[in-house]
Every structure is written in C-alpha cells, then in structure tokens.
Write a protein that binds this ligand. Structure first.
Ligand code: KIV
Ligand code: NA
Length: 263
C-alpha cells in the first residue's frame, strides 16, 4: 500500500489487507520485509510496551517517538498512527493541531481515531486539511471505562444498529477505512457489505476487507492471548529459554567463548 487509493482499490478488487500494530524500529523493519500492507502504530503500545492497564495514559509525544522509529524501520510501508486519548476529542482545532504534528514530525501516512457520530465533525476537519483518517468502531479501548471492560460489542439489536449507523457516518465524514474491533462476525460482514471503504477487523471474524493483529500478540510474547489471536510462534518460550541459557553460560564460563573475544 502506497496511499489511500490502494485501500479503495483493494476493497473494489476484493484483495484482503494485512495490517500489523507495532511500535519499534526493528519490528517495523521485519514487517516491511514480510510485505505487510500497512503498519499501525497503535496506542496499545501503552499496554504492550509500558505495561499500563489501558491505553488512556499514552501521550502524543510517546506516539510520535514510536511512529518515528516505525517510519525509520519501514520507509516504504503505509503507516497509520493512533491519536491518543484526549488529543482529538476536546475540539476540532486541537485535533487538527495534534494530527498535524503527527503527520509533520513522523512521516506517517494517516492517523486513526476512535468513535462514531460524536467525532464526525472532528474527522471532517482533519480530512479537509488533507490528513487521511482511519476510523475505529466496536470495542474502542480508549472508552474502556464507559464500556465496562474489554468485551464483545454489538450484541444487542440496538448496539448493532448504532455501530452500523456510526460506520456510515464515518464513511460520510471521509475516513478511508475503518477498524472493527470485537464485534460479532455477522455484524462485521454486514458493515463490510454496506460500506464502499475497507474494513479491517480484529476479533471481528473473516468477512472484513482486512485483518489486524498486534505483533506482540501474534508472535506469542505473552502468557495468554484473547480468543481472536492466532499465535504464529511461541516467542515467549524462545526468549525465556535463550535468557536462561545466557545465564547458565555465564555461570559455566561458556560465554564468551573464543569466537566472541577480541584478540
Ligand atoms: O492500538 C492498537 O493496536 C489498535 C489495534 C488493535 C486496532 O488500535
Ligand atoms: Na489503538
């Protein structure tokens, strides 16, 4: 993916979009080499890298730091950067200033914001200024306290109707794509069929136009993962064993060995 037109094209040609949420130079480099279509510098960085209980404490400058690192590692990949909690909700002007700062300082291609109708005018403001915006509906982690936890959304008929309506409002406001998180598969399918723009699912079944996972989840860095995560390798065990071996080697004098020593 080079620009937002490639998202429209993928939707039209029914080509599935791969997206990975990651935050570092080294991991972005591997994603680009693997040919991942799009990298999201997610505010999940606060939970994954910093150990926070939610994404709320993440700051604009922290996102910019990570986005710069990702751009360095993936110079040719489409990069979306999450706008952190309260950097876009307060006013259209503040949202534009903060989105503009992200675009100027990081070389990202787009920003992502969470919510529907309530942020439609804010999205329009960014889009009118030439900033591509990705939407995010369903489980929106910045609203975890209002949602009462990280859980499946769109279970009742009323919730379903609201999410469908929000998706249409976001499309109308000018987003080029929408992340659908933790919603029933048939709801994601319905939204994907209604919209002209690409949907990217996470815990939203197989009918979305693309899929996104957090790199650290799909590589198995953690003890447990949610149901929707496929663990492609068990990195945690690999790391654990490597570190134990390192310690043993030091105790036993096996490291450093001749090949690691300057003569
Ligand atoms: O922050 C993030 O990583 C995200 C994805 C899970 C969609 O928003
Ligand atoms: Na996020």
């Amino acid at each position: 993916m080079k620009n937002i037109n490639d998202f429209f094209k993928a939707k039209k040609e029914k080509k599935k979009i791969s997206m990975i949420s990651t935050y570092e130079y080294w991991s972005a480099k591997i994603c680009e080499e693997a040919g991942i279509d799009c990298i999201l510098v997610g505010d999940s960085v606060g939970m994954v890298d910093a150990g926070y209980d939610s994404t709320l404490p993440v700051s604009l400058n922290e996102m910019i730091y990570h986005a710069k690192a990702v751009r360095k590692g993936a110079p040719n990949t489409f990069i979306v950067v999450d706008m952190p909690f309260l950097t876009y909700q307060v006013s259209k002007e503040e949202a534009l200033k903060n989105a503009g700062k992200i675009m100027k300082e990081t070389g990202a291609n787009a920003v992502k914001v969470e919510g529907g109708r309530e942020i439609a005018l804010i999205i329009q403001k960014l889009v009118n200024a030439g900033i591509p915006v990705m939407g995010h509906l369903g489980l929106t982690p910045q609203s975890v306290h209002a949602l009462g936890g990280y859980k499946l959304q769109g279970k009742t008929e009323k919730q379903r109707r609201k999410i469908i309506e929000d998706a249409q409002i976001l499309q109308e406001a000018g987003v080029f794509s929408i992340v659908l998180e933790a919603v029933p598969s048939d709801l994601a399918k319905e939204i994907t069929e209604i919209l002209d723009i690409a949907t990217i699912g996470i815990g939203a079944g197989k009918y979305t136009d693309g899929q996104v996972l957090v790199l650290h989840d799909m590589l198995g860095f953690f003890d447990k993962s949610p149901k929707f995560v496929k663990r492609y390798i068990e990195s945690r065990n690999l790391f654990l064993n490597a570190l134990k071996e390192f310690k043993e080697d030091i105790i036993n004098g096996k490291f450093p060995s001749e090949e690691h020593i300057y003569k």
